[in-house]
Design a protein around this ligand. Structure first.
Ligand code: IPM
Ligand code: MN
Length: 346
């Protein structure tokens, strides 16, 4: 074992449903990487989620937020429980964390791992990173219900788009594409959503000249869904708004074997950031050992990169790649799959 020279201070929020199981797997894999690369992880557990809410009525207090702010990163399992009406935990915990920590980038890569099968026969050509705006759009929480429950009911949901937010997410997309020598595709619906889409187009136009090496393209969200299935290799870095990014990232996950195979980063570069699998709490399979730990483990790899542990991140990704084919046919339990990955990362 190498000598420990660095230590990272992590907050872990296992959350609801399969969250605790996949987080246990991710921590197992992280421990193996830390040992091999010679760093230490100091982990503080936060019991946020349905149980806490049902027991105390609290979802996320100012004190919780202040404590989370003291860590370098948050690793989160999943949020949502059938005992709690939909929206309460999702908005009160997950979306609130994204907003309060100003995690403006939701990075969602999808790539087919070797040995994993896809519904597409050319899915090996898909290697897309969705850069989803993570603080505004239709997720801003503004809107009204008039005359609820009557024949005259009217509901509005407002899509908020501000220049500071749109310009920073578009800039992030350009920086990522430039660093990777990849193309950047803006996805929106500018033929209908002229105002919000127009702001994204303006950002592309104003920021683009700073990145002369980045090839750019634009697709409407509906066409982007079609092309992702029929011509997956057209997409490299995709920048898009909050809801379009939510939908497109599930589609991309579906094309690389399923939602269990993809991780994500909710980031504010240089600040405390949060890493979580793209999947939800899947209460129907909680406790059965059927949950795929790969999404959480790939999120942990993204976290290592954020912590500056690039070699550890690569080691973990290689370990996942090496054994994903054995995990794919669902014949290993969450724990067995995690052990296999941890061993490959050792
Ligand atoms: C996701 C989820 C969340 C979202 C829900 C749970 C609020 O679907 O992380 O993709 O819509 O962002
Ligand atoms: Mn989603």
């Amino acid at each position: 074992m190498a000598e420990v020279v660095r230590s990272h201070n992590l907050a872990v929020v296992p959350g609801d449903g399969i969250g605790p199981e996949v987080i246990e797997g991710a921590l197992m894999a992280l421990d193996a990487v830390a040992d091999a690369e010679g760093f230490a992880l100091e982990v503080t557990n936060y019991e946020l989620g349905a149980n806490r809410y049902l027991n105390t009525g609290e979802i996320l207090t100012d004190d919780d937020l202040a404590r989370l702010h003291e860590h370098e990163a948050v690793l989160l399992g999943a949020v949502g429980d059938p005992r709690v009406p939909p929206g309460i935990l999702e908005k009160g915990l997950l979306l609130r964390l994204r907003r309060e920590l100003d995690l403006y980038v939701n990075l969602r890569p999808s790539r087919l791992l070797s040995g994993v099968s896809s519904v597409l026969n050319n899915a090996d050509q898909l290697d897309v990173t969705i850069v989803r705006e993570n603080t505004e759009g239709l997720y801003c929480g503004r809107g009204e219900s008039e005359n609820p429950g009557t024949e005259l009911e009217i509901s509005t949901e407002v899509s908020l788009n501000t220049w500071p937010s749109i310009s920073r997410i578009v800039r992030y997309g350009f920086e990522l594409a430039a660093a990777r020598k990849q193309s950047l595709t803006l996805v929106h619906k500018t033929n209908v959503l002229e105002r919000a889409g127009g702001l994204y187009l303006r950002a592309m136009k104003e920021i683009g000249p700073e990145f002369p090496g980045v090839e750019t393209a634009y697709q409407h969200i509906d066409a982007a869904c079609l092309l992702m299935v029929t011509q997956p290799k057209r997409f490299q870095v995709v920048v898009t708004d909050n809801l379009f990014g939510d939908i497109l990232s599930d589609l991309a996950a579906g094309l690389v074997g399923g939602i269990g195979f993809v991780g994500s980063a909710n980031m504010h570069p240089g600040k405390v950031s949060m890493f979580e699998p793209v999947h939800g709490s899947a209460p129907d399979i909680a406790g059965t050992g059927l949950a795929n730990p790969i999404g959480a483990i790939l999120s942990a790899a993204m976290m290592l990169q954020h912590l500056g542990e690039d070699a550890g991140a690569e080691r973990l990704e290689r370990a996942v790649e090496a054994v994903a084919g054995k995990i794919a046919p669902d014949h290993l339990s969450t724990r067995e799959a995690s052990e296999l990955i941890a061993e490959a990362a050792s």
